[in-house]
Design a protein around this ligand. Structure first.
Ligand SMILES: [Zn+2]
Length: 131
């Protein structure tokens, strides 16, 4: 399966109010759009939404285009950043000094192997140096 298309400004403009997008880890519901002129005199397109807890907010259109996707069940590959269907990904445990978390990687491109080759210390399998 191919990576998902990015959301475009035209596509975003055609989505009716009430459409749901995935933004970061949460699902937002579009409620409208407007514009806002900042102190530099630049007019920004603003997208209004309510988040999954029903809290209203708004983001500049470019932020939505960079960060949001229509594919609600997509996940982002921790290695290459592609948005993939969750079934096209494998989950690996990634450890840092502070945290251990589950990350998704493209299964067909071998992203997990490449990630751990570049970050050998991040793998749970990493051998400890002997004292
Ligand atoms: Zn990948």
């Amino acid at each position: 399966m191919q990576p998902y298309e990015r959301l475009t400004a035209d596509r975003l403009a055609s989505l009716p109010a009430g459409s749901r997008l995935k933004l970061g880890g949460q699902i937002i519901k579009l409620t409208g759009r407007g514009s806002f002129t900042n102190s530099a005199g630049r007019t920004l397109n603003m997208i209004d939404y309510v988040d999954s807890r029903g809290v209203p907010g708004s983001f500049e259109e470019s932020i939505i285009l960079d960060s949001a996707t229509e594919h609600l069940n997509s996940v982002m590959c921790a290695y290459c950043g592609a948005r993939r269907h969750v079934n096209d990904c494998i989950v690996r445990t990634v450890s840092t000094k502070m945290t251990t978390s589950q990350s998704h990687f493209c299964e067909d491109k071998g992203c997990a192997e490449r990630f751990f080759r570049m970050n050998p210390g991040r793998s749970k399998m990493a051998r400890r140096n002997k004292w």
